[in-house]
Design a protein around this ligand. Structure first.
Ligand SMILES: C[S@@+](CC[C@H](N)C(=O)[O-])C[C@H]1O[C@@H](n2cnc3c(N)ncnc32)[C@H](O)[C@@H]1O
Length: 269
């Protein structure tokens, strides 16, 4: 497992923040980020309900909320949602979207590794595509355990984008090739520029999960952080099937063959 470089944590966190701030303007153009069909919305909502139950007014903290996609899904199944992100441009877009949709979701500036929220204050914590980029995931998981009410749940949605299996590697290559030939209809939708892609690679090589965030490793760290029951769910087929309609054939295949998963951890009562 890669370790963040000793003494460079502050600057690495700054780089991550700057990277996502720069990505904010086009983030929602990319399928896989924003939701482009009712089928996908329903697949995600069924997925969250399966693991967290209906919201029924319970308090949810959506960490690394970005433009608020997951926050809106949780709001849609009845949670009282606070989204937290540390990139101001992401927060601005999330607030504008909530206003446009007339939804009462709060979006606050904060660090997912040190939320400053009170002890035992949320029923659920969610995050999508955050854990792979955490500088100190163990500290973050201890923090999430502190902030959750007894019996509360954290739902991590993430993937390993480093260690790809044979099929995922092959489809990634084919997908890149199709993009270069202009054959992929998703080639330019909000995709990062090559400079941004290089920054992404550089950041990825220095975070804790530089060798890829495998579900089992995330689950182990959650247990070490004090969580009671920790369950891995790799069945995201309904979501990937719905997303495929907005991707080129190879891109859809690439996503479906990656190690993408949810980990659900419960704080003891
Ligand atoms: C890939 S985006 C995911 C956004 C959103 N969760 C989604 O799935 O649409 C990653 C987000 O994580 C945020 N982020 C990364 N590390 C963070 C941290 N330590 N604290 C707060 N936000 C963080 C970034 O600013 C960015 O908005």
């Amino acid at each position: 497992m890669g370790k963040a470089i000793e003494g460079s944590n502050f600057s690495l966190r700054d780089e991550i923040k700057a990277y996502w701030s720069a990505r904010a303007a086009t983030f929602d153009e990319q399928p896989g980020h924003e939701i482009f069909s009712e089928e996908e919305r329903q697949a995600w909502q069924r997925f969250f309900t399966r693991h967290l139950g209906n919201g029924e007014g319970r308090k949810a903290l959506d960490l690394a909320s970005g433009t608020g996609v997951v926050s809106h899904l949780l709001d849609g199944i009845g949670f009282d949602v606070t989204g937290m992100d540390w990139a101001e441009p992401m927060l601005n877009l999330a607030r504008a979207k909530a206003k446009r949709n007339g939804r009462p979701i709060r979006f606050v500036m904060g660090d997912a590794e040190n939320t400053m929220e009170p002890d035992d204050s949320y029923d659920v914590i969610t995050n999508r595509h955050l854990v792979w980029t955490l500088v100190d995931p163990k500290a973050a998981f201890i923090e999430w355990h502190r902030v959750l009410k007894p019996g509360g749940k954290v739902l991590v949605v993430d993937g390993d984008f480093v260690q790809l299996g044979f099929v995922a590697r092959l489809t990634k290559r084919l997908s890149k090739f199709a993009s270069r030939l202009g054959l992929a209809r998703d080639a330019h939708h909000g995709a990062p520029t090559s400079e941004m892609a290089a920054t992404h690679e550089s950041i990825l090589s220095r975070v804790y999960f530089s060798q890829g965030a495998r579900a089992e490793a995330v689950a182990d760290l959650l247990k070490q952080a004090g969580f009671d029951t920790v369950v891995i769910d790799t069945d995201m087929r309904a979501i990937h099937k719905a997303q495929r309609k907005n991707f080129s054939f190879f891109k859809g295949l690439e996503r479906a063959t990656q190690h993408r998963y949810a980990v659900v951890a419960t704080k003891a009562k």
